[in-house]
Design a protein around this ligand. Structure first.
Ligand SMILES: [Fe+2]
Ligand SMILES: [Fe+2]
Length: 325
């Protein structure tokens, strides 16, 4: 292990001393937390069939792009084994210390697991989805894994998760608003509760980075810079359908999200800008020369992205997915 890795493990150990209060602040009690069953028709109830009929009728109103985005979101959520496996491999996180960061990863995973479960069951009932094809894509995405450019560095990983939890908060919130506009009240509620979980998780990961900035400012700044230079890739960047090459469907999914306005390049820039504010990047003190340079790069980045985004055009082509009936 290099000196840098060693220092990171030390920082992680130090932060893990507060694990009980971190969990209490950012995660919910399991006994009282919502579960997918709270938001779905109850199959033991007399009204079950009627409620399913209602879901099927309402789901007919959802446009093609919307269905594509929702299915892509479900597959992304269902690839949770990849995310948990990745985080458990990060420096300073070990299953040998179950009361340390491992506790966070397990409890966060347990909360996240409800998202794919809930959305998957809703889509099954909607009558709009070729379940087998969606399931093939899910199996592929888990089998293909991902490479998010963080390595095993906890600083880079927590930048990534801060960013991603904010991105999923935005996208689920927008799919909720649109579902309401299309008259799908139950789906609006489903996307809404998931979105608020993501906001809580984002707050947690952002707080981890804020704590690291207090202890190891220059290294944290360099890690943030490195992630932004590489660009934050989406967790489903390897998305594909049956018979395709790795990642072949991802750009179509992301074009659909951009067209619908569920998640756009402006959102990417806005998230970056809010992270810069949240971590008070302009006022971090005690930086090395390298840290100062990294800060300068980061401070100028939102403006640069805005200039480029202004020139971009929207992909107009509607792609035919085998997921949608
Ligand atoms: Fe999620
Ligand atoms: Fe999340």
């Amino acid at each position: 292990m290099t000196d840098t890795n060693y220092k990171r493990v030390e920082v992680m150990r130090f932060l893990a001393q507060s694990m009980d209060s971190i969990v209490a602040e950012y995660l919910k009690n399991i006994d009282t937390n919502w579960q997918p069953g709270d938001l779905l028709p109850d199959s033991t109830s007399e009204n079950f069939e009627e409620e399913i009929r209602e879901i099927r009728l309402q789901s007919k109103e959802l446009p093609y792009d919307y269905m594509a985005v929702l299915i892509g979101d479900v597959i992304t959520e269902e690839a949770l084994p990849t995310y948990q496996g990745w985080l458990l491999d990060v420096d300073g996180i070990t299953q040998m210390e179950p009361q340390g960061w491992c506790k966070w990863v397990r409890m966060w995973t347990a909360e996240e697991n409800r998202h794919g479960d809930l959305l998957n069951k809703y889509l099954y009932l909607s009558g709009r989805v070729n379940m087998k094809q969606m399931e093939i894509s899910t199996q592929y995405l888990i089998a293909d894994g991902f490479d998010i450019g963080t390595g095993q560095d906890p600083y880079k990983n927590f930048v990534y998760t801060s960013f991603q939890e904010m991105a999923t908060n935005v996208s689920h919130r927008r799919t909720a608003t649109m579902a309401k506009q299309y008259g799908c009240d139950r789906l609006a509620k489903i996307c809404g509760v998931i979105s608020s979980d993501e906001a809580r998780h984002a707050a947690a990961y952002k707080s981890f980075i804020a704590s690291i900035f207090e202890i190891d400012a220059s290294e944290m700044m360099l890690a943030f810079e490195d992630m932004m230079r590489k660009k934050i890739v989406m967790p489903a960047h390897f998305l594909r359908q049956a018979g395709q090459k790795i990642g072949e469907t991802f750009s179509h999914f992301s074009d659909a999200a951009q067209r619908l306005g569920v998640y756009t390049s402006h959102d990417y820039t806005n998230i970056l800008e809010s992270l810069i504010k949240e971590w008070n990047i302009s006022n971090v003190t005690g930086l090395t020369d390298g840290g100062e340079k990294a800060r300068d790069y980061l401070m100028g980045l939102p403006e640069r992205f805005r200039r480029i985004a202004g020139r971009g055009s929207k992909a107009q082509l509607e792609y035919q997915y085998n997921w949608i009936k």
